[in-house]
Design a protein around this ligand. Structure first.
Ligand SMILES: [Zn+2]
Length: 209
């Protein structure tokens, strides 16, 4: 990972590849497991993921004929903190529902005056917001999970109210200097009570005007 940081820097998106020769499927599965858990801890927004490339040769002998068939086995493991699109199919199975990644407290604010901010809230949908990332935003006052497994860049300038302790807080977002084309959806100032869980997708940023 240190070498990848050196080669990739902090701005340009890229994939880190691990290449090997003749590893059995057991070791590849083990390596995938280690890579997945290591990537859960990373916050790097420009590392798209990790590619495990294994070169293998299939040896066959039929009577007097022998043949060698070389092939490459590829496994791509997406980085959960990468906010861009990776245009190849990866193993992005449903995140473990108990795993909430890194906890980030929201910034607490006083109750905003009417029609001065975008207020998204729900009294009974828990958590209100959910995605497949590895950052969870929590109430700054009681630690209640408000946005589970999202990305740092998902929500910006949106005010919410904690369903547990009624504290008002704001998603301040983060200036990320990464070259990713991000789609944005902007909300006009007002109150938006959620009727169902807000599913946050990779690459889409919700912004309060
Ligand atoms: Zn709270």
């Amino acid at each position: 990972m240190k070498k990848a940081k050196r080669q990739l820097g902090f701005k340009t998106p890229g994939i880190l590849a691990i290449c090997g020769f003749y590893q059995n499927s057991g070791s590849i599965t083990e390596l995938k497991k280690i890579v997945k858990s290591r990537l859960q801890d990373t916050e790097r927004p420009n590392l798209c993921g990790l590619l495990i490339a294994m070169f293998l040769v299939n040896y066959k002998k039929i009577q007097e004929m022998t043949s060698f068939t070389p092939f490459i086995n590829l496994n791509f493991i997406p980085n959960p903190s990468y906010f861009g699109i990776v245009d190849i199919e990866g193993d992005e199975s449903e995140a473990d529902s108990n795993d909430i990644g890194k906890r980030e407290p929201l910034q607490s604010i006083a109750k905003p005056a009417e029609n001065t901010r975008v207020l998204l809230y729900s009294e009974n949908i828990i958590p209100m917001i959910e995605g497949n990332g590895n950052v969870s935003f929590v109430c700054p006052s009681c630690g209640f999970v408000i946005a589970k497994n999202v990305w740092k860049l998902s929500l910006l300038n949106l005010v919410t109210k904690c369903p547990s302790c009624q504290t008002y807080s704001v998603f301040v977002g983060e200036e990320e200097n990464v070259e990713i084309n991000v789609k944005t959806i902007a909300f006009k100032k007002g109150v938006y009570p959620l009727k169902s869980k807000l599913r946050i997708k990779r690459n889409i940023c919700l912004i309060g005007l």
